[in-house]
Design a protein around this ligand. Structure first.
Ligand code: NDP
Ligand code: 8X3
Length: 254
């Protein structure tokens, strides 16, 4: 992984931040994206000091196609040669029933999780094809395998991530590029705070009685896929907390 270029969207928190730390600890140079510029700056200072790697910041909203295009097309020198793209930026807002939810919130979720991911894939993959080197790792979810109550729109976006991953793998089958869909279960990050619209207590309650995954647990799966030998394509990984069996079945010790 030494000196490889890893581009991670949504690197300011949770799984994306976990991936940044993991790849940095293995000697990779990082392009980090997110909207929180202060957090990106902090990460750059910390990771460069701790691991002696280089970090380039690309703060933009993945939904903003024009800004994404300008930012990615302005990459120079070695930064152009992205080896691994981790399409991680994503969110859910609310636990509303499909006939009751807020359409504007669903727009944000769909625009980020599906169209934002596509924006970045479309901008980064052609260079990988040209160079004959590259790996696109999408952060999907167990939520993409089956809907659960109050989650249908989010689940649909993650089902889309699975389909987009499968489709891209087919479109790249005659190239050396690889495509992976990582499907985590319950991961304790800022995700639930956003889901509960900032209610930290409700978010904490969501993980009561179960030891959930952490962002760094998921980063280990991402790294496993990225570091497999070139002829090995890890197509999917479903990674769950030990006491989670499916989206709907978890054992809680309270
Ligand atoms: P966090 O809320 O901790 O992190 C989400 C990251 O996405 C943040 O860095 C945020 O950064 C970034 N982000 C959100 N919207 C945008 C945007 N429009 N443009 C750029 N960056 C954006 O949640 P997680 O780490 O848990 O989530 C990461 C991914 O993992 C998501 O795709 C999520 O669906 C998926 N996932 C999460 C699971 C969980 O249980 N937590 C389980 C399965 C999958 P900023 O605010 O700075 O823009
Ligand atoms: C997040 C996992 O089960 O909270 O993708 O939807 S879940």
């Amino acid at each position: 992984m030494k000196d490889k270029i890893i581009f991670i969207t949504g690197a300011t928190s949770g799984i994306g931040e976990g991936c940044a730390r993991k790849f940095a600890s293995e000697g990779a140079n990082l392009i980090l994206n997110g909207r929180n510029q202060d957090k990106l700056n902090e990460l750059k200072v910390e990771l460069e000091a701790d691991f002696g790697i280089e970090v380039l910041l690309l703060p933009f909203d993945v939904r903003d196609r024009e800004r994404a295009k300008v930012a990615i097309e302005s990459l120079e020198g070695k930064w152009k040669s992205i080896d691994v793209l981790v399409n991680n930026a994503g969110l859910v807002i609310g636990f509303d029933k499909e006939f009751e939810g807020v359409l504007e919130e669903w727009d944000i979720v769909i625009d980020t999780n599906i169209k934002g991911l596509l924006n970045i894939t479309r901008l980064v993959t052609p260079g990988m094809v040209q160079r004959g080197v590259g790996h696109i790792i999408n952060i999907g979810s167990i939520a993409g395998d089956a809907a659960y109550p109050g989650g249908s729109v989010y689940c649909a976006t993650k089902a889309a991530v699975k389909t987009l991953s499968d489709g891209l793998r087919q479109d790249l089958v005659d190239t050396p590029l690889r495509v992976t869909n990582i499907k985590p279960g319950l991961v304790e990050t800022n995700f639930s705070v956003v889901r509960y619209r900032g209610d930290k207590e409700a978010a904490d309650n969501f993980y009561k009685g179960i030891k959930p995954l952490s962002g760094s647990d998921v980063a280990e799966s991402v790294y496993f896929a990225a570091s497999a030998p070139a002829h090995v394509q890890v197509a999917e990984i479903l990674v769950l907390a030990t006491n989670q069996a499916t989206s709907n079945v978890t054992y809680r010790a309270v």
